[in-house]
Design a protein around this ligand. Structure first.
Ligand code: NAD
Length: 353
């Protein structure tokens, strides 16, 4: 297939492109190259004839429509987004512009393009929207998110993704665009921007800096290795039922403090220092509106499409730690630009007078 991937220079998009190209697909990567992008993530495919890149900002409707016409895709996989919850607390409007308006621009472009296709190609066309489990809000100690859980987003990021999901659904219902939506749990793995929890912990530890843990570290996340997510996305694209939502999860719940401690002990083995890395852990003021627990019931994608995560959490974490140890040339320039290690997202509304 000829795939148009948005956000392909980011963490998950680049893993998806590497997999898609390896599977024999041609890929057109549309990315605005924001701070979160890193073209080096795609150095292994950059020179292949099956790979094309276009620097396009989804907030620009005309440029987006041009790119879609130029790419002539069989399917669009939409990953481009502002993705960091803490940044969404400090500056929510960027999230509305890219995640909501940008998605609407892409949907319009996809709709016009699909309408121009001959019959068979029009029927076969797919629009896969990649979203997050954060749209469902927070769970207590028990229960799992299913595809029918109510939307209760708590952060501006989650609200912007929830909005984009609604737009995708509406373009499917109203205009017959053959849409699919996936909602996935927290990803981790190589090439993740250092502002996210796992690379932040690894790189803070290696620099001898404080390893900040929000609140008491009690919050629980379900972790999925990024390559498993990429596999799931191709499975949904190839065999998912049009109009359906598929939850994707790692079946690997972990409290933040346990995750951080595990990473520290892996580093103690792989790169021993004069004292255990866990001594660098410091508990800091919690994120406003910090969701307590996310957990995914990934039964639907398993039963319908035969997908399940293949990387156990400890194996994936060990691979990730080793990747950051082996790839200082990837992360050093980001840290030297001081991007990705500063504390963000502490602003909340002023308390009532
Ligand atoms: P990322 O922040 O690493 O990358 C985002 C990419 O989108 C970057 O390459 C950036 O340049 C591009 N982009 C941003 N704004 C753009 C715009 N206006 N126009 C064009 N390109 C733009 O993100 P990620 O972690 O790889 O996440 C990818 C997708 O997966 C997102 O939609 C996110 O909501 C979703 N998701 C992420 C996770 C996770 O744990 N990281 C979990 C579930 C779902």
């Amino acid at each position: 297939m000829k795939l148009l991937v948005t956000g392909g220079c980011g963490f998950i998009g680049s893993a998806l492109i590497r997999l898609a190209v390896a599977r024999g697909h041609a890929v057109f990567n549309l990315d605005a190259l924001t701070y979160a992008a890193n073209p080096a993530n795609l150095s292994s495919v950059a020179d292949l004839p099956s790979y094309t890149f276009a620097k396009v900002d989804l907030r620009d409707a005309a440029a987006t429509a041009d790119a879609v016409r130029q790419a002539r895709p069989d399917a669009i996989l939409h990953l481009a987004a502002e993705t960091h919850v803490d940044r969404s607390i400090d500056g929510p409007m960027a999230f509305i512009e890219t995640n909501v308006s940008g998605t609407a621009n892409l949907l319009q472009a996809a709709r016009d393009y699909r309408d121009s296709l001959p019959h068979q190609k029009r029927d076969d066309f797919r629009f896969l929207h990649v979203s997050t489990d954060e749209v469902y809000g927070a769970l207590g100690a028990e229960g799992l998110f299913t595809e029918t859980s109510a939307y209760q987003p708590n952060s501006p990021y989650a609200a912007s993704k929830a909005s984009s999901d609604m737009l995708v659904r509406a373009w499917g219902k109203t205009y017959g665009l053959p849409v699919l939506i996936t909602n996935c749990s927290n990803n981790y793995g190589p090439c993740q921007f250092p502002e996210k929890l796992i690379p932040m912990v690894i790189l803070s530890a290696l620099r001898g800096a404080t390893i900040p843990v929000y609140g008491g570290g009690e919050n629980v996340r379900d972790w999925l290795f990024v390559e498993d997510h990429a596999e799931a996305l191709l499975a949904v694209l190839e065999a998912g039922r049009v109009g359906e939502v598929y939850n994707i999860g790692g079946n690997a719940e972990c409290r933040n403090i346990d995750l951080v401690t595990r990473l520290c002990s892996m580093l103690d083995t792989a790169r021993p220092a004069t004292r255990p890395y866990a001594e660098q852990i410091s508990f800091v003021t919690d994120r406003p509106g910090h969701d307590f627990r996310y957990a995914i019931d990934a039964g639907k994608i398993k039963v319908e499409l035969g997908w399940r995560p293949s990387t156990a959490l400890d194996d994936g974490l060990a691979r990730t730690v080793q990747w950051y140890l082996d790839n200082e040339a990837w992360w050093r320039p980001i840290l030297d630009g001081r991007c990705g290690q500063e504390r963000l997202g502490t602003r909340r509304a002023s308390p009532p007078a």
